[in-house]
Unconditional design. Structure first.
Length: 695
């Protein structure tokens, strides 16, 4: 159960003073439904309401606070005209403007000859200074609620800034004193306040500099988010290592038959990764390992080596890909090697029907099949294994955690190897995959030629059409990527449908052009990709649906239109679709002039390096965590205050601290461990606490 001390924070925002159901719904929309969500909503700006010197010195277009004398009030003559209050000080004049105000209220607020402090947006109108509907009006002799520095929060339609500020302030008042969970000495070394004080300071900025992600209070709260995430992952990892598992001990005999038949020499990174995987599999605990490698770095061979090790230990392997064509391609490319090892493999997809499907599944269930390739179809209830020892998931971010678990549960303590061709910055890998061991393929196979990367403005389109035609006449294939599918949703960008039509009209039957995009039905999409793979099409116009996809050795040209719209890592992934054969390859980046600074930096980086890990780090610096990985697919925990780019150093600190705490106190029973349990609940990583309770 959640600790009692946190109950006030997990209450609905409607418990806050003055927040009824209507306002609670608006606050929920912009911050979240609970008090703790308001605490985690940092101000985005700050308004300086300190008294300005004089009217003459005040700057139009800014929020100012002035002490003025009320000279006279002017009633509107027409129904739609505003009330005006003419004011002055010794240096100049100011007009306060009110629409639809009541005269008695104005008379009470602004008696002629009285002094008032007014604060609001100053505007220059027809040569004079004006302030419409001041935010604050006060008698200088009386106590005023107006703060000197006023935080600005994200808002939504109907939610007034004053309401949001009062709600946030009330939320801060409910923050309890909590026992310290950060390692002794770290707060002192970093100059960090305690958790409650950090929350108070976050919501009380004294100037623009206090909004920085690098202030001590913000870094402290960011560290708390990161630490609890990594602690939860460390607890999961520790519990899995302690659980009794199954050792898949291999003798290397099958691999010894296969390796000499490979048409290439393994890289040092491949050998290292194979050794790491086999060592993991031989331990009496479940392997959960992430294999990271750039496009074309040789992940599939590592997966094959793992599958052969499983077979040597008498177990079956399931290799799962996100699309049927990719699953089919894996099966075809590895079939001869599997047969050379004296093993059997099959492909199981959703298209298998009737007796053919029954025969395949019977072979899997009886244990006659050693390696099963497939897609989501492997999740089907009718797919049963005799003894599933290893699951390999290709392009892991295309599958949810539950889907991966559903497949591993078809065996007993099944080892799991997940692969990704999306190089992930080390910071993000810690946050998303801290419960996994990681192998990195950071070397390119020998003989792999770099792709020549050229940037051209869209004005050079005719020249590019001609280059595509020349490549097609040489028997080479071309990808042409557009950012949008249809012209209606393109928003001034080039649509794939439009470009496919234009290329088809330009080349006619001489150069067959195909179109593939995410809005197409699966079978139709697979058919077009298969036609390109079989060389029935010379040009494939697509959206980023081909970012992870078919291996076409004769594809030598990648054209990316509106390249300025794509992220750096995404451009690199698309570029990796070409140059997979022995022929020289080119990536053409077509951009719309003029290029912004960020887009220019992306293109320059891409031209400078083809190292996916370097590119991933630069992409993170340019775009931030959510955008760099794709927020929906990244597997990242939801951080409200931590920023992977601004707080990179905190990830390493938190990873070390979490690991040390779990080593010293695996059940979190010491005073610091108990405080850390509270933090896990506070930052909603409490699934890890439930894991401790379940044993």
């Amino acid at each position: 159960m959640r600790p009692e001390v946190l109950t006030p924070l997990f209450a609905d925002v409607s418990v806050l003073p003055g927040i009824g159901p209507r306002l609670a719904a608006l606050i929920t929309k912009t911050a979240g439904p609970r008090v703790v969500d308001l605490l985690a909503t940092a101000p985005t700006g700050v308004i300086d309401r300190r008294l300005s010197e004089t009217i003459e010195a005040a700057t139009p277009g800014t929020t100012v606070t002035l002490k003025v004398r009320i000279d006279r009030r002017e009633r509107p003559e027409g129904g739609r005209r505003p009330h005006k209050i003419l004011c002055s000080d010794e240096t100049g004049f100011l007009t306060l403007v009110y629409f639809h105000a009541k005269e008695p209220w104005l008379a009470a607020q602004f008696p002629e000859g009285a002094e008032r402090i007014v604060s609001g947006k100053l505007e220059s109108v027809y040569g004079g200074l004006q302030m419409a509907h001041p935010d604050y009006v006060a008698d200088p002799r009386e106590l005023c609620e107006m703060p000197e520095m006023e935080p600005v929060y994200p808002l939504t339609a109907g939610l007034a800034p004053k309401v949001m500020r009062k709600a946030a302030s009330a939320a801060v008042e409910r923050a309890p004193a909590l026992q310290e969970w950060i390692a002794k000495g770290l707060c002192e070394r970093e100059g960090w306040p305690g958790w409650r004080e950090a929350v108070r300071l976050l919501h009380a900025p004294r100037g623009q500099e206090d909004l920085s992600a690098r202030t001590p209070p913000r870094r402290r709260l960011a560290y708390d988010e990161i630490f609890t995430s990594l602690l939860a992952l460390a607890l999961i990892r520790n519990r899995r290592a302690a659980a009794k598992g199954r050792a898949l001990v291999s003798d290397g005999s099958r691999w010894a038959r296969v390796e000499p038949t490979l048409p290439f020499a393994l890289t040092g990174a491949q050998r290292r990764s194979i050794d790491e995987v086999r060592a993991d599999m031989a331990r009496p605990s479940q392997m959960v390992r992430l294999l990271q490698g750039d496009v074309g770095s040789g992940k599939t061979i590592v997966a094959l080596a793992a599958a052969l090790a499983a077979a040597e230990a008498g177990a079956q392997t399931a290799i799962m890909a996100p699309t049927e064509i990719l699953a089919r391609q894996h099966e075809e490319s590895l079939r001869d090697l599997i047969e050379a090892a004296g093993l059997q493999s099959i492909l199981v997809t959703g298209r298998d029907k009737g007796r053919e499907r029954e025969a395949k599944l019977a072979g899997v269930k009886a244990g006659y099949v050693d390696i099963v390739f497939g897609t989501h179809a492997l999740f089907s209830e009718d797919v049963a294994f005799d003894d599933l020892g290893l699951v390999v998931v290709d392009e892991q971010h295309r599958f949810g955690v539950r889907q991966r678990l559903a497949l591993t549960e078809k065996g007993t303590r099944t080892d799991l190897l997940v692969m990704t061709a999306t190089p992930i910055p080390r910071t993000l890998a810690l946050a998303a995959y801290g419960d996994m061991d990681v192998s990195r393929l950071d070397e390119k196979p020998p003989g792999r030629q770099p792709v020549a990367t050229i940037a051209k403005p869209t004005a050079a389109l005719d020249e590019v059409f001609e280059a595509v035609g020349r490549a097609a006449r040489r028997g080479e294939q071309v990808y042409w990527v557009c950012p949008r599918v249809e012209a209606e949703d393109a928003g001034g960008l080039v649509a794939a449908e439009e470009r496919a039509e234009a290329l088809g009209a330009y080349f006619g039957a001489r150069v067959p052009v195909g179109l593939v995009h995410g809005k197409m039905p699966g079978p139709e999409k697979d058919a077009v990709m298969a036609a390109f793979y079989e060389k029935s099409l010379s040009v494939l116009v697509a959206t980023t649906v081909i970012e992870v996809g078919v291996n076409a050795p004769d594809a030598t040209v990648m054209v990316i239109e509106n390249a300025e719209q794509f992220g750096l890592a995404q451009l690199h992934q698309l570029r990796g679709r070409v140059g997979r054969g022995s022929k020289p390859a080119t990536c053409l980046l077509l951009y719309k002039s003029p290029l912004g600074e960020t887009a220019k930096a992306r293109i320059e980086t891409l031209r400078r390096t083809d190292d996916g890990f370097v590119i991933a780090e630069e992409d993170l610096a340019l775009r931030g965590a959510g955008d760099a990985l794709g927020a929906a697919q990244s597997g990242l925990p939801r951080f409200r205050l931590a920023d992977a780019a601004a707080h990179q150093s905190l990830f390493d600190m938190a990873a070390d601290d979490a690991r040390l705490l779990v080593e010293e106190d695996p059940e979190l029973v010491t005073p610091r461990g108990q405080a850390a349990r509270t933090a896990l609940y506070l930052f909603e990583r409490d699934a890890a606490v439930k894991l401790l309770k379940s044993g």
